[in-house]
Design a protein around this ligand. Structure first.
Ligand code: MN
Length: 296
């Protein structure tokens, strides 16, 4: 049996979301742009009660699905389809931008603590111009293995199937341990995978892992051994390598600079995306699109 390719340890960097929420950004990084179709991964919190919560004013998206996994606290989502949806712990919000949508997010009670993961899923070419849509998933499949409580967020694993509707072969699992835990998790060898500790410390095969580092496993691995000596939480992402070229800029996922520039003009001139009703604050302005060539 051939040995799987070694892990890559990739440090996440720090980002700011909305008014002042600090996050660990684990995708995209210079060394790793995507894991399957997962193309953006922010880990926010845990933030202690009284820290002010999260407020992100109306802003647009194209070409992606936003995926919110709530661990602690509550957010209110509003979008230009007229959706108004509260999300509570152990729930997922999935917003499909398609050709264009706008939304806002705010803490229901800014005095409470907050802990969540926000990810983007790149839409394949056949889906990226489709109508926008929103779905809320209050119940995800849960399985207990080796001391971990595992929630199947996306895909098929653990003998379960997630109801979360995505458009490419993809996996997302939340692993939570209250104490010592040890698990050999079967993987789909055709997928690449990435694991981030959200809290606590752990071992992945022989690699110690702590929050702030993305552990990337190239395709070809059929099992991952994950263990911890104490309370810990991790997020495992996987997917078939996404082969379509992507241009990510601000809140847009596209294929060309021209598409990005057009979406920026449409947002600034109030076309295409519709309006978000009810958010108490200003919409977010797009940055100067002339910076695009420097960043892409
Ligand atoms: Mn957004």
């Amino acid at each position: 049996m051939t040995r799987p390719a070694p892990f890559e340890r990739i440090p996440a960097h720090q980002g700011i979301v909305g008014d002042k929420l600090t996050v660990r950004r684990a995708l995209p990084l210079r060394a790793r742009r995507t894991i399957g179709a997962w193309c953006f991964f922010d880990h926010a919190g845990p933030v202690a009660p009284g820290s002010g919560g999260m407020r992100v004013g109306p802003h647009p998206h194209i070409g992606l699905q936003t995926f919110t996994w709530m661990i602690e606290g509550e957010l209110l989502h509003r979008d230009s389809l007229g959706t108004r949806q509260r999300i509570s712990p152990a729930q997922v919000n999935l917003m499909t931008a398609g050709r264009g949508i706008a939304h806002s997010e705010e803490s229901v009670d800014p005095a409470r603590g907050l802990h969540l993961a926000q990810l983007w899923i790149a839409l394949p070419d056949a889906e990226r111009h489709a109508d926008p849509a929103f779905a809320h998933y209050p119940d995800l499949p849960v399985a207990s293995r080796g001391g971990f409580r595992m929630t199947l967020l996306v895909g098929n694993a653990l003998g379960e199937r997630s109801p979360v509707a995505v458009h490419s072969p993809l996996l997302g699992i939340d692993l939570a341990a209250e104490g010592a835990a040890d698990l050999a998790l079967p993987l789909e060898p055709a997928f690449e995978h990435g694991l981030m500790l959200l809290e606590g410390e752990g071992m992945v095969d022989d690699e110690p892992l702590a929050p702030g580092t993305l552990l990337y496993a190239p395709p070809g691995r059929s099992e991952l051994r994950i263990s911890t000596n104490g309370p810990a939480r991790a997020l495992l992402l996987g997917g078939a390598p996404f082969e379509e070229p992507l241009v990510l800029w601000w809140n847009f996922v596209a294929r060309t600079h021209d598409e990005i520039a057009e979406a920026t003009r449409d947002w600034n001139e109030r076309r295409r995306f519709g309006e978000v009703e009810g958010y108490d604050g200003p919409r977010l302005d797009a940055p100067d699109v002339s910076t695009l060539k420097l960043r892409a």
